[in-house]
Design a binder for this molecule. Structure first.
Ligand code: FAD
Ligand code: NAP
Length: 617
């Protein structure tokens, strides 16, 4: 039996992870550890090592650590919105528009529909230019770089020369790709891609979808690495070995020191049977979901998220430990304690050896996404096309996805790693609706709509119980403090745009004493599409603070409720604030045009920016 106990300890919170070995009926061969490391290291200072002899097919992960984005690049220095769009370059699209739909379907025009409502710009793509066609081309053995499998070091001058459609190189995180062969397959169109031509697109790429696994998508287009020698940050210094054999200074740039939170530090101590790693965050608003711990083989990784920054303790442990460990957060002093159990009661001379990015404190956007393999433990129908997936975290992982945040699921599809974002939910709207069969903190639940002609979800749906899917660390810009002292919470959700609302709703009703009203307006096509309808109705019945209104765009003649699409009339009637001064938050989520139209309508209705939160990738 799985056990996960959370205990309160003074002002601290603690979670113990104790797990037995996997159930014997689950296939053990999948249980191997995911490498987990994003192939590309976040930008930091490295001396430029020389290239190894070039194998014919080389992934960035096969190369030594890349350089940071080349500093001379105009694109890096001008991360304006004009450039942001160029980063759709390599992205699979969450947007519902002709532009983003077309390329992912195999037979192009045939399945194309008119883009609904106010669909944004359309870039016609030729037939046979879907993602699947691209994958086929990359596997055809064709020389896509024009370098016959050689990898080269690219100078900034050289990069700049390759700025034409038929000769277009782009640098991302120190690696240079020849994207000319990809032009016609790019969902955002060739012009979008050309905006990063001959330059470093790293920052621009990160601004839009840093999670997109371009290194897998473009591996056959890899030209080589930037040859530029980066300058070391002013306060860069070698790690110092003090106390317990290892207590290096963290690498913090000047900018960070001035603008960001102060740098955390860590220490460790031991008893005969335990090793405790202590992270001093120097922040008060630290919680159990602020720290993500992964222990695999001898590699120990603890990432602490502090505002928009990430602090990483990453070591190869010097001795073996047991699978279960506990995480304790002492909120009022911002201290995190991770208590590991030694396998043998011997004294450790040092904690271990530093691994990639150990003791770094850098903006979160500059960190790679870390994945771990999770096992599918259950899958149940929710509506005719939506399912509740339950994934189990690997042993020795502590991961709690914060309210309002999403993760990325990654699956290999025809040999290419494909990644899509999903928002974890609870196993039901409220625990009274379903006895919690499984303990918290080990399982992650997702409500996922299966699109029969979609690229990712049919593959996900094919997974059998016991199969694995990789799950990333959480992302997202929803801040829980937005809910503090709230009086009225309005939720506008369309289709699976309901998913972020689940935890927000749950959290608000449970933790916000000032809350007067939570109103959900839920847009769907038909009654059959409404996710957790009976739970929502029961909740409204039980808790008078909660109201739900369903709006259908394609109802049957029996439907007596509201009909149509999001509109100013619907919103002005729905969004009644108690007084001019009452604290209000409106959350929106759904197809991109729905969210965009909703935002505009809310501004027209004089709600301020601070009163609106839209969930996007
Ligand atoms: P896609 O291949 O992207 O296709 C989607 C739809 O478009 C399908 O109906 C497909 O048939 C249609 N389509 C594709 N190409 C064409 C074409 N040429 N012409 C006409 N139609 C076309 N989804 C959830 O279900 N649950 C979640 O919790 C969730 N969370 C999310 C969180 C974030 C932050 C974001 C941005 C998105 C989230 N999504 C969620 C959406 C999810 O990421 C995927 O976009 C979704 O699952 C579709 O993936 P797919 O690859 O199966 O479909
Ligand atoms: P759907 O069933 O296609 O649409 C739900 C409802 O919204 C329907 O009534 C639909 O009307 C309506 N709608 C669609 N486009 C609209 C528009 N432009 N303006 C007004 N109403 C519109 O929804 P779905 O397939 O579940 O898709 C949900 C979307 O939410 C996906 O795009 C997904 O990426 C997104 N999502 C985002 C996040 C996030 O960013 N955090 C999380 C979860 C889901 P008709 O179809 O009848 O026209």
């Amino acid at each position: 039996m799985e056990i996960a106990k959370r205990t309160e300890n003074g002002s601290g919170q603690c979670v113990h992870l104790c797990r037995p070995p996997p159930a014997p009926d689950l296939p053990m061969q999948h249980r191997g550890a995911d490498s987990g490391y994003n192939a590309l290291a976040p930008p930091r200072a490295y001396p430029a090592p020389s290239l190894p002899p070039a194998p014919s097919r080389l992934l960035p992960s096969d190369l030594p650590a890349p350089h940071p984005p080349c500093p001379g690049s105009a694109a890096v220095r001008s991360p304006g919105s004009r450039f942001a769009s160029s980063l759709r370059v390599l992205c699979s699209p969450p947007r519902r528009s002709a532009v983003f739909w077309r390329p992912w379907i195999d037979d192009g025009g045939e399945k194309e529909q008119e883009a609904p409502h106010n669909a944004v710009e359309a870039v016609p793509l030729k037939q046979g230019r879907s993602l699947m066609d691209w994958i086929r081309l990359t596997k055809s053995g064709k020389d896509l770089t024009g370098l016959k499998g050689r990898l080269i070091e690219v100078t900034e001058e050289e990069l700049k020369k390759h700025n034409k459609k038929d000769d277009c190189w782009i640098c991302i995180r120190g690696f240079v790709y020849n994207v000319s062969p990809y032009m016609e397959y790019h969902p955002g169109g060739e012009d979008e891609l050309m905006r990063a031509a001959g330059s470093d697109g790293t920052d621009l790429f990160d601004q839009v979808h840093r999670w997109v696994n371009y290194e897998s998508m473009l591996k056959e287009c890899l030209v080589g690495r930037m040859a530029m020698k980066p300058a070391l940050p002013k306060d860069y210094h070698e790690e110092k070995k003090v106390l317990n054999g290892m207590l290096p200074q963290s690498q913090v740039t000047d900018t960070l020191a001035k603008e960001g939170p102060s740098s955390p530090s860590y220490d460790w101590f031991q008893t005969d049977s335990l090793v405790t790693i202590v992270i001093y965050t120097k922040q008060k608003d630290i919680n159990l979901d602020s720290v993500i711990v992964d222990h695999r083989d001898d590699s120990f990784r603890a990432e602490t998220v502090i505002k928009d920054y990430s602090y990483l303790v990453h070591v190869a442990l010097s001795h073996e430990i047991q699978e279960d460990f506990s995480v304790l957060v002492v909120e009022n002093v911002g201290k995190i304690e991770i208590v590991l159990k030694k396998k043998e009661n011997t004294s450790w001379k040092c904690l271990g050896h530093p691994q990639e990015n150990h003791n770094s404190f850098i903006p979160k956007k500059d960190t790679g996404l870390f994945y771990r393999k999770c096992q599918l433990v259950s899958k149940e129908d929710v509506t005719h096309d939506t399912k509740l997936f339950c994934l189990m975290l690997p042993p020795s992982t502590h991961l709690e996805v914060p309210v309002g945040q999403h993760v990325y699921l990654r699956l290999p599809i025809t040999g290419t790693e494909i990644v899509k974002p999903y928002t974890p939910v609870c196993d039901s709207l409220f625990s009274e609706f379903k006895e919690p069969v499984l303990p918290n903190n080990i399982y992650i639940y997702f409500l996922i709509k299966i699109y029969p002609a979609g690229f990712f979800t049919p593959e996900l749906d094919q997974l059998q119980i016991g199969d694995y899917v990789s799950v990333s660390n959480p992302e997202g810009n929803f801040i829980i403090s937005q809910l503090q002292e709230l009086e009225d919470l309005f939720l506008l959700a369309a289709g699976t745009g309901f998913t972020p609302m689940v935890k927000v709703l749950n959290y608000a009703l449970t933790n916000i004493p000032s809350l007067r009203k939570v109103k959900l307006m839920f847009f769907n096509k038909t009654e059959d599409d409404i996710i957790w309808r009976s739970q929502l109705e029961k909740l409204a019945f039980k808790d008078k603070r909660f109201e739900v209104e369903f709006v259908l765009s394609a109802p049957t003649s029996e439907w007596s409720g509201k009909q149509g699409y999001i509109s100013p009339a619907l919103l002005s009637e729905f969004l009644k604030r108690r007084s001019d001064t009452s604290k209000v938050l409106i959350c929106l989520c759904g197809p991109t045009p729905f969210t965009e139209q909703g935002m505009k309508m809310l501004h027209d209705l004089n709600f301020s920016k601070d009163e609106i939160h839209s969930f996007t990738a």
